[in-house]
Design a protein around this ligand. Sequence first.
Ligand SMILES: Cc1cc2nc3c(=O)[nH]c(=O)nc-3n(C[C@H](O)[C@H](O)[C@H](O)COP(=O)(O)OP(=O)(O)OC[C@H]3O[C@@H](n4cnc5c(N)ncnc54)[C@H](O)[C@@H]3O)c2cc1C
Length: 498
Amino acid sequence: MSTNPTPPENILIVGGGSAGWMTASIFLQSMGKNGSKISLIESSNIPTIGVGEGTTPLFKRFLNFLNIPEAEFMSACKATIKLGINFPGWTNSDEFETYFHPFAAPGHNQYDQQFFENCNQRRKGKSANSNPADFFFNSELAAQYKAPVGPPPCDSSTIDYAYHFDTSLLADYLKQRCLEQGINYIVDDVKDVIQDGNGGIDRIVTADSGEISADLFVDCTGFRRLLISKTEDKEVISYKPRLFNDRAVVIRTPVSADVDFPPFTESRAMKCGWAWRIPIGSKISWGYVHSADYTTQEDAEQELRDLIGEEAKGIEPLHIKLQTGRVSKHWNKNCLAIGLSQGFIEPLEATALALTQFSINRFVTHFSRGGYQADYRDHFNEIVNEAFDCTVDYIQLHYKLNSRKDTQYWRDCSDNENITDTQRAVIAGWDSESADFISVLKEQVHRSSYAPYSWYCILSGMGRYANASETQAGNRITNPYKEEVSRYYGHQEYLNSL
Ligand SMILES: Cc1cc2nc3c(=O)[nH]c(=O)nc-3n(C[C@H](O)[C@H](O)[C@H](O)COP(=O)(O)OP(=O)(O)OC[C@H]3O[C@@H](n4cnc5c(N)ncnc54)[C@H](O)[C@@H]3O)c2cc1C
């Protein structure tokens, strides 16, 4: 085993979307400091994807790693705060008409246990308040439209939160930083990819800059998968049998200055999919993620326009085809796929940038330990595949657990038997009155990035209780953090202060 492999002399990143510039930023800070020359090439003819995205709290670690001050990033990317996701309309029950999935707040978790116990009571057919909104700190921050920041003794370091922003602005911002740090930047179109004799990549052919070779190639070309699809293993595992959605229609509406932006994403169930509502900059991004097998582009657009109302009038929509699935080898020979080129799970829990960040970080660690050794590469692929697939397990549960019966789409989602043994065991464990559900989770989903409270939130929030109508929630309580949360800055007040 080599302990200190030589870093690649020349690294070429192809693609300048957020995946390309996130890779460049992390590489400059790690492999660049160890002597690698880093280049990035992007086309000026092929646009990047930037629809108005949400992140997970992992993104804060990305900012910390790069020493980027939050205020600087938020102003440059016109970011807003995200404390969690609100899910209206996923059930046919009045009690569970909506639920909030908050990010954790490790410094404020005194009532988690009470929530678990109440859910367990209801699983046993007894009445109890099992609404996640009543127990979590971030749920209350969201309900009061607060930022996770406030005057002392408010402490944001004990609260997990994330952001909403347009990834195109993130790419621009990171690009500027990388240019200042001396990245070799080329604007050109890649016309061809030439393989070496071992199934790896030898060089690329560009329109105007000739041929460019490198030791390590990073494919950040999005859904095109320009490089990774040339390596010997072309297998793409489709998520379509599990996640039916393959289209999105996006409309951005302007908002007047006196509107307060909510510090959370709304993900509302629609007839054949769901619609996000995300505040970014001076706009609201709306997107309807749907399945072409159940609705047409025109009907989906109309349904989204009806949801938005007057403000959508006259605004051009953007229609996007989604390819959900992942490659089986994210790192193959001397080619690494990062971002949409490595895979995409539909955006319901906004996990793409987190998986991108996870993959880049793990690659840097694995490469620094084992270089191109096959066992390090295989292990990297194994853990990245697992990260993708465990995330799908959680996301698909939204569909599997829905109790809407109004369209074929929703009936097919709940009837879908393309679920994993893990999902089956989690649902069976929850449904069983006698099972200790925490133990079931410890056994089944210990490798998931979703903590036990998230599984409780989705199962309870979706009203997965036998005899739910007879075991109506016990009296709703006032969220115990109400008073404490009132001392935090308003979300809009915080945004205005940046
Ligand atoms: C509908 C939708 C909603 C989403 N919502 C979320 C969300 O809420 N949260 C989240 O984390 N993620 C979300 N994502 C994913 C997120 O947008 C992407 O992960 C992110 O933008 C990274 O994209 P990328 O850089 O991999 O690809 P792209 O943005 O597509 O960039 C590809 C780059 O490759 C370049 N390129 C392509 N071909 C060539 C060529 N021949 N020569 C030179 N350059 C080339 C292009 O010019 C471009 O620079 C969503 C995606 C979609 C489609």
